[in-house]
Design a protein around this ligand. Structure first.
Ligand SMILES: [Zn+2]
Length: 277
């Protein structure tokens, strides 16, 4: 793990989303959790040296952000849409998939129950723990339920997957226009250090590049629609965007699938068939 500031620690180099924790004067607050159970247990041992976990905050509904919650006893806070999505997850399928991540995982997943959020918000919430303030701000984009978590005393924001820093962007359920608004909201924050959902820690100078890539994705799919392609034709034929950035750690081989899912979603978006999940 990387010590980012006096009290913020982050992990950006293992399979799954970036996650981290903050050491306050009254225990630990985690932000997101590892995807792999064995990584969650390693993190738990690391955190145990520093204090009890008081809360976990989840930034979005995708499984790479919350699967590891289950290995901690702390209550979880998230947007209400994150709670609903976790409760609606087909656990049998979810566990079967995560079990393929490594030889240790199946055993650790026996009797798996997700630790779903029990404290939820719609637009935002502020959490005070010890000498730290955690401001959670709803910023739909990558999904309808994203939140940015600002740690005021540290000058750090966990942005969720509204930022993919120099790794390929997943738009499989995105509203691209709200995402552009979210990037503008991130730009206006006081904090300058961004922990993206995926990729290395970055700053506000990356925001225009992220926005430009979303604009480019929009134009690419819109053009196919304007040229009369059906959805299936677009999914089959549009293959050009995935070579720009590498896939994130642990996503090897996923590029063609991500390409198809991004195209399918944006096709629906431009043809009036987009519905937040
Ligand atoms: Zn995501």
């Amino acid at each position: 793990m990387q010590q980012l500031t006096r009290n913020v620690f982050v992990e950006t180099q293992i399979r799954g989303c970036n996650h981290g924790f903050v050491t306050t004067s009254d225990g630990i607050v985690m932000i997101d959790s590892p995807h792999k159970p064995s990584d969650a247990l390693k993190l738990k041992a690391e955190i145990a040296k520093r204090g009890p976990v008081r809360y976990i905050i989840n930034t979005e509904p995708h499984g790479d952000h919350w699967t590891g919650n289950a290995f901690f006893e702390a209550p979880v806070i998230a947007h209400e849409g994150v709670r609903r999505r976790i409760l609606e997850t087909n656990l049998e399928e979810h566990v079967a998939r995560v079990a393929t991540f490594g030889p240790e995982e199946p055993k650790l997943l026996e009797g798996y129950r997700p630790n779903a959020p029990i404290i939820t918000f719609k637009n935002g919430m502020t959490l005070h723990v010890g000498n730290h303030t955690f401001e959670m701000i709803h910023m739909p984009g990558h999904t309808a339920y994203q939140a940015a978590i600002c740690i005021k005393e540290e000058g750090v924001v966990f942005t969720s997957d509204n930022i993919f820093h120099k790794v390929h962007t997943w738009l499989q359920e995105a509203n691209p226009d709200l995402w552009l608004v979210a990037l503008e909201s991130l730009r206006k924050l006081d904090e300058e250090i961004f922990v993206p959902g995926h990729g290395a820690v970055c700053g506000k100078d990356y925001l225009p590049e992220q926005a430009a890539f979303i604009q480019e994705w929009k134009a690419y799919v819109k053009d196919a629609i304007d040229r009369g392609m059906t959805k299936n034709e677009a999914i089959e034929r549009l293959t050009a965007m995935t070579d720009r950035y590498p896939m994130d750690v642990g996503q090897d081989g996923m590029a063609p699938g991500v390409m198809k899912r991004n195209v399918a979603n944006l096709y629906d978006y431009f043809t009036g068939n987009y519905r937040p999940i």
